[in-house]
Write a protein that binds this ligand. Structure first.
Ligand code: TYM
Length: 330
């Protein structure tokens, strides 16, 4: 018997970075045996910023292939595409009627995105967290593994679950975020004050899961450090701290022993070794990904079966919700 349910999602809005992998995907894998896991490719979320249809189609399948290549087993977890399960949009409408404008106004991710997209400040960007709450609540998820940047959105999901339950009686499980202490916020290689993001304009700011070895070498060589010249793990050296975090994840060595290992050794050698560790760490994922992209039928089979199961589970919750608010059953 599995212990409970897990839900999480990734946007197909760009190629995935090692930030997505370290903060999310990697943690998804470890939960599969213990929990009933639902991992979604959130294409409805992705269109809150303009997408080229052809690219969106490709990236959606890419995320699915990368889920599997990272170690998520479709026999153990339910993998599906958000737009294949209409209940997500339907519950989102209902929840939007109990969400306060003030709450959405306070969302930092919205505020940041609004600053960047003044010309395309669409309503979807504003109501984005309500759709995310619907994703989670539909599956009665106990846990939601995410990176640190999604914490505030998770708070809203919890809040809406409680508000609905208080108003109409117990309906939704109130979900807990699962944010790992380590690697929950991988920073930009060019500006260690901001998060590594697949939508960064500067491609040297991130490493993609599918970057080749030359590209990884180049990006790590160019990664911003400092003029202190000593390998230490501290807030005064944020660039280095971030690189040490990445090193630690890919090498399975803890940061302390890495600091010792590089005592008195310059940044150049450290970066060289780091590149190697990242390249080696990504190799099996890239190989599996390549294999999978040649197996379109297999991927189709996975997302179709996934959607069937997801529709069944989410449909039960949605029917309960409709009944409680007074809609006449069809
Ligand atoms: P998205 O697509 O931006 O990112 C996917 C996951 O990767 C994590 N992440 C990071 N972790 C550490 N360091 C980073 N630099 C970094 N960048 C991204 C994110 O925290 C996330 O866990 N709104 C979500 C997608 C979503 C979702 C959901 C997540 C939609 N519905 C329901 C959980 C549950 C998003 O934009 O993630």
């Amino acid at each position: 018997m599995k212990k409970g349910k897990v839900f999480s999602g990734v946007q197909p809005s760009g190629a995935l970075t090692i930030g997505n992998y370290i903060g999310a995907l990697r943690n998804f894998v470890g939960l599969q045996d213990e929990f009933d896991c639902y991992y979604c490719i959130v294409d409805l979320h992705a269109i809150t910023v303009p997408q080229i249809p052809k690219n969106l189609r490709k990236r959606t399948l890419d995320v699915l292939a990368l889920y599997i290549a990272s170690g998520i087993d479709p026999e153990k977890s339910t993998l599906f595409i958000q737009s294949h399960v209409p209940a997500h949009s339907e519950l989102s409408w209902v929840l939007s009627t109990i969400t306060y404008m003030g709450q959405l106004n306070r969302m930092t991710q919205y505020k940041e995105k609004a600053k960047k997209s003044e010309e395309n400040l669409n309503a979807g960007l504003f109501t984005y967290p309500v759709l995310m709450a619907s994703d989670i609540l539909l599956y009665q998820a106990d846990f939601v593994p995410v990176g640190d940047d999604q914490k505030q959105h998770l708070e809203l999901a919890r809040d809406l679950a409680e508000r609905f339950n208080n108003r109409y009686s117990e309906t939704f499980k109130v979900p807990e975020p699962l944010i790992s202490e380590f690697g929950a916020r991988i920073m930009s290689l060019q500006n260690p004050e901001s998060k590594m993001s697949k939508s960064d304009d500067d491609e040297n700011a991130y490493i993609l899961l599918l970057d080749d070895s030359d590209t990884i070498n180049r990006k790590i060589k160019r990664a911003v450090t400092d003029s202190i010249g000593e390998i230490r793990y501290c807030d005064e050296q944020p660039g280095l701290k971030n690189l040490l975090n990445i090193y630690s994840v890919f090498s399975n060595e803890d940061v302390e022993s890495l600091v010792k290992k590089y005592d008195g050794i310059g940044y150049g050698k450290f970066k060289e070794d780091l590149s190697e560790v990242v390249i080696e760490g990504l190799k099996p994922i890239q190989e599996k990904y390549l294999q999978l992209t040649n197996s379109k039928d297999y991927l189709e089979d996975v997302y179709k079966k996934g959607a069937e199961k997801a529709a069944y589970v989410s449909g039960k919750t949605l029917r309960k919700v409709y009944k409680k608010i007074g809609f006449i059953p069809k």
